[in-house]
Write a protein that binds this ligand. Structure first.
Ligand SMILES: [Fe+2]
Length: 379
C-alpha cells in the first residue's frame, strides 16, 4: 500500500572489475591494527586471492588467515573461528569467499561480540550487540551474503541449517568484483545462479515486498534469464560474469529486505539433513513450491512468467512450465536420491521448515502435511 512504512538496509559497496584490490585502502580507512581474513583453503590457490594478500602486505597491514570453513558452514567452525579471532587479537574481519565463508564470518562476529553459542542467535533480531567491522569480497554470484542481513549455519546436533537474520549482520563494506568469479566452474556458476533466481522470485512474491525491493527483484530475474544461460555456455566471459553478479547483488538487496519463502525454508531443513548443495536444491524445489503458492500470488507469478517469456525462447505460458524449462535448459538437475542415498523421515525434516524464519513471508501458509507433500514430489 502506498505510504506504508518501509525500511531498507544495505551496506556500502563498490561494484566492478578489480574492486577487490581496494581492500588495503579500506582497511587503512577503518583505522584497524590487525585483520582476521576468513576464507576457505581452496580459494588460497588462485592468483586473484594472492593479489589481495600482496596488496595488503605492501600497505604493512597485519593479518592472520582462518581458512577452516567448508561448504554449508558448521556450528563448530564458527566457534573455532571466534577462538582464532580472539587469539590473534584482531579488530576487523574480512571475508573472502562464497556464502559459506561470509556466513561463517558473520557467525564469528556474533560470538566475539555477544558470547554464548551460535544456537543462541537463531531466528530474527536475536543479536544484541554489533559485530566487529566486516568487509566482504564475495567470490560467487549467488548467496549475496555480502549485502544481506542473513547468515545460515548448519546445526550439527539437530542436522538442519539455522537461519539468523539481524541488521547487525549487514556487512560494513562489500567489494563486489566479477573478476574473482572467473574461477567458478560450471556447476558452481549454475547452482549459485539458480540461487540468485530463487532469491529474486521469493522476494518478489514475499509478504514483506515493497516498491523498493520489487525494483531490485524484477531486475535480478530479468538479468538472470538473459545472462545465466549465456554465461553457462561461456564461463570465461567477464562481461557475462559482471551481469550475473549484478543480478546477484540486486536479488540480495531485494531478499535482505523482503525476506524469502518456502523454497528456502525447505532447502535449509533438507539441505542441512543431507548436506546438499544449496542452489541446486533450490532449483529442484522451486517448481513444486511455486505450484503450491500460485493461487496466493497469481498476478506476481504471471508477471514473472511473462518476463521470462519476453526475455528467452521459452513460450510455455504457465509459470511452473516456464521455470521447469528454464532450469532444464541450463542444466539437467540431479534428483534427491542421486544427491544422497540416505533415507529421511520427511515429517521430522518438515518440523524444522515450520520454524524457519523464511516461511513467515511465504505468500501462502503451509502446514506440515503440505511441506511433506512437496518434499514427496521431489524424491
Ligand atoms: Fe539462497
Amino acid at each position: 500500500m502506498v505510504g506504508e512504512l518501509r525500511k531498507f538496509l544495505c551496506p556500502e559497496f563498490i561494484f566492478g572489475n578489480d574492486s577487490r584490490l581496494l581492500l588495503g585502502q579500506y582497511l587503512i580507512n577503518f583505522g584497524i591494527e590487525k585483520t582476521l581474513i576468513v576464507t576457505d583453503k581452496n580459494l588460497r590457490k588462485y592468483a586473484w586471492f594472492n593479489d589481495i594478500i600482496k596488496r595488503i602486505k605492501e600497505q604493512n597491514i597485519q593479518f592472520d588467515i582462518f581458512d577452516e570453513v567448508t561448504v554449508n558452514p558448521r556450528d563448530f567452525e564458527v566457534e573455532l573461528g571466534a577462538i582464532f579471532y580472539e587469539a590473534c587479537d584482531a579488530d576487523i574481519i574480512v571475508a573472502i569467499g562464497g556464502g559459506s565463508v561470509i556466513d561463517c564470518a558473520k557467525g564469528i562476529g556474533i560470538l566475539v561480540s555477544n558470547g554464548g553459542t551460535i544456537y543462541d542467535y537463531e531466528g530474527v533480531d536475536q543479536v544484541d550487540y554489533p559485530i566487529p567491522p566486516l568487509i566482504c569480497i564475495p567470490t560467487t554470484s549467488g548467496s549475496a551474503a555480502d549485502v544481506s542481513q542473513f547468515a545460515i549455519i548448519s546445526n550439527q546436533v539437530c542436522e538442519y541449517k539455522m537461519a539468523l537474520a539481524s541488521k547487525t549482520l549487514v556487512p560494513d563494506m562489500a567489494l563486489v568484483d566479477p573478476v574473482v568469479t572467473l574461477t567458478c566452474d560450471f556447476n558452481l556458476t549454475v547452482d549459485v545462479g539458480l540461487d540468485t533466481m530463487v532469491h529474486a522470485i521469493e522476494a518478489y512474491v514475499s509478504n514483506a515486498s515493497s516498491f523498493i525491493t520489487d525494483i531490485h527483484a524484477i531486475e535480478a530475474i530479468k538479468m538472470i534469464i538473459i545472462h545465466l544461460p549465456k554465461l553457462a555456455n561461456d564461463l570465461e566471459n567477464l562481461e557475462e560474469r559482471g551481469y550475473v553478479m549484478q543480478a546477484c547483488l540486486n536479488a540480495g538487496l531485494a531478499f535482505s529486505n523482503a525476506s524469502l519463502g518456502l523454497v528456502h525454508a525447505m532447502a535449509h531443513a533438507l539441505g542441512g539433513r543431507l548436506d546438499l548443495v544449496h542452489g541446486e536444491l533450490n532449483g529442484i524445489l522451486l517448481e513444486a513450491v511455486v505450484d503450491f503458492n500460485y493461487d496466493a500470488s497469481k498476478e506476481r507469478y504471471d508477471e514473472i512468467s511473462t518476463l521470462i517469456q519476453q526475455n528467452s525462447n521459452i513460450k510455455s505460458g504457465k509459470i511452473t512450465d516456464v521455470l521447469h524449462e528454464f532450469i532444464a535448459n541450463i542444466r539437467h538437475n540431479r534428483s534427491i536420491p542421486e544427491m544422497s542415498s540416505e533415507a529421511v523421515d520427511l515429517y521430522d525434516v518438515a518440523k524444522y521448515v515450520l520454524n524457519d524464519p523464511c516461511i513467515v513471508t511465504n505468500p501462502k501458509t503451509a502446514s506440515i502435511e503440505d511441506v511433506v507433500k512437496i518434499y514427496e514430489q521431489i524424491f
